[in-house]
Design a protein around this ligand. Structure first.
Ligand code: SF4
Ligand code: SF4
Ligand code: SF4
Length: 272
């Protein structure tokens, strides 16, 4: 039973958030939403412990499709970064703001970039592409993410400054067009750079929040130096090129870790 402590703990954390938001916001949606996500993540951890090789993909599909199809397309909630700015400017602490607070701003202090490994609907598609590990060394173009971040902020701010009417409708279309653009650029870059996660490394604006917060993450992959034989397999299978044998928080690409556990699964000495 002890080995199932992690999924139980994860479910309790999500359920606590679900009940707290349900009661404080007097909205049963939050109970359903966070219970569903908590159940999906806990199921994934449970399957991982049972050595089921598609455990992470199942969580990605369960959470990613729910957010993209149900929340985005059916409920018209723009959960992309533009939606976050929109709710922030309107001063409404609703779905997109809560989502960002939990998954992308404060949550990473606890579970790092777990969002990127298990829940993001962009990566849900990118991870199906053939380049699971990058074919070439990282390129020095990570600054592009600051441009996409700034453009998204300017876009929403200018709608408010210009007092454009029916911004909610614009946000819905921004969600559709934004997602189509993300998928097109993400898939194009994956093939161009032979790296499924090229979009995550260079373009995604959300990493501007995720990276600094995940630096302090409680949940991290650590290396037991007494067991490690420096075979280098962990680095070869890492989609994000993290120097995972270095335990320091400043390890190379440390804030890029998406907790996919490929290194852990492949370590021949169980050192991770
Ligand atoms: S970096 Fe961006 S696109 Fe990639 S998984 Fe994270 S949030 Fe999704
Ligand atoms: S795969 Fe395991 S043994 Fe090999 S370098 Fe990485 S941590 Fe060390
Ligand atoms: S392979 Fe290991 S170090 Fe690399 S992203 Fe996955 S969990 Fe993090």
């Amino acid at each position: 039973m002890k080995k199932y402590l992690a999924p139980i703990l994860m479910f309790i954390i999500f359920e606590t958030v679900a009940i707290t938001l349900w009661l404080t916001k007097d909205n049963v949606f939050y109970l359903f939403n966070f219970s569903y996500i908590g159940l999906s993540v806990s199921l994934g951890i449970f399957l991982f412990i049972r050595n089921y090789k598609h455990a992470r993909r199942i969580v990605q599909l369960l959470v990613g499709l729910y957010m993209l199809i149900y929340l985005g397309l059916i409920c018209n909630e723009n959960m992309q970064i533009e939606g976050f700015w929109y709710y922030l400017f309107t001063g409404v602490f609703e779905a997109a703001t809560i989502h960002y607070a939990v998954a992308k701003i404060f949550g990473p202090l606890l579970f790092g970039r777990g969002w990127c490994g298990y829940a993001c609907w962009t990566a849900m598609v990118l991870d199906f592409l053939p380049y699971k590990t990058p074919a070439y060394p990282r390129k020095n173009i990570e600054w592009i993410r600051y441009i996409t971040f700034t453009v998204s902020l300017i876009f929403v701010a200018s709608l408010f400054l210009a007092k454009v009417g029916n911004i909610e409708r614009i946000m819905f279309w921004a969600f559709i067009i934004g997602n189509v653009a993300y998928y097109a650029v993400g898939i194009g870059l994956a093939f161009a750079f032979k790296d499924n996660r090229a979009f995550c490394k260079y373009i995604c604006p959300i990493t501007v929040f995720l990276k600094p917060m995940s630096y302090f993450s409680l949940l991290r992959v650590k290396c037991d130096k007494n067991k490690c034989i420096s075979c280098g397999k962990c680095k070869r299978v890492c989609p994000m090129e993290v120097d995972v044998t270095d335990n320091s928080r400043k390890r190379k690409n440390g804030t890029e870790c998406i907790l996919c556990m490929e290194c852990v699964k492949n370590c021949p000495k169980n050192a991770l």
